[in-house]
Design a protein around this ligand. Sequence first.
Ligand code: MG
Length: 346
Amino acid sequence: MLSLTYKPYNLKKKHVFRIARGARTSTPLVLTRITFEGVSGYGEASMPPLYGESVESTMAFYQQLDLSQFQNPFELETILNYVDQVAPGHPAAKAAIDIALHDLIGKLLKIPCYQYFGLPASQKAYTSKTIGIDTPDVVKERVLEAKEFQYLKIKLGSDTDKEIIQAVREVSNQALYIDANQGWTDRNKALEMIYWLQEQGTVMIEQPMPVDQVVDLAWLSEKSPLPIIGDEGVQRLPDVLKAKHIYNGVNIKLMKSTGLREAYQMIVLAKSMGLKVMLGCMSETSCAISAAAQLAHHADFVDLDGNLLVTNNPYLGVGLEQGKLQLSNTPGLGLAPVDWEAIQGE
Ligand code: MG
């Protein structure tokens, strides 16, 4: 029999984090634990307010769930279909169940989750480090703190975009990912900006324009010299099919996809259609970041730095060396032993 326990946790950010659509200093989480015959798997729902989920909505969703009807975690397809059908939406709440089940299954089988998916531990998972929108001086400071990373992900979409890039270039030669978070609305200006950004050492552009400007995004993806990756415009599996006509690639995040199982299906589908695959994250602890890192073998772009930008990460998981993720070969997600009762964060 499976039993689910959960608790809210407020994940605090090191710095005020500003993007094209707002600023915040912390992110609400709900941490999950699923136990079977004395073995526990851990998961996490991370819910930046912009996405519409909250601690309240997630707890209410879990009150509707009855996982005790399942005899063991290996009926994963059945369990996750049940969870998905309890109510529409709630992708992060669902991801926290999926992640905990994968951790649990890995521990019971005594294999790391990447092996459960038949994958090697990625040897090329160089994660980007995200730099939020800020004044040129603060941007420079953040860039200098991120020297060990091969890639910087720079948030743009304000009216100081060029100043921000110039500030970055004053102190660094690192390759850049750009995330405009839907901040550009004129496709001709966007294309011009992308050519300029290419000259500045940019290798990829994430969600340059609003998701509802589908025709403009498709036009931009055809003309752009750099791959255009859909993020806000790509949530779950059916969105990958649509993305083929709008973007050059998709940013897959566990908190959007409802967890590892659907994320893996999205990766396979995206690859089969010739789309680039990016693995992204929200502000997350090492639990959800370690989960996403299990799939890094398939990613063209890895942006799994959410656990590095916070001050009260309660888990120890995937490591980092010279900007490269280091997956543990211990079972499940590879988290260090967890003292669940000691985790207090509301
Ligand atoms: Mg993004």
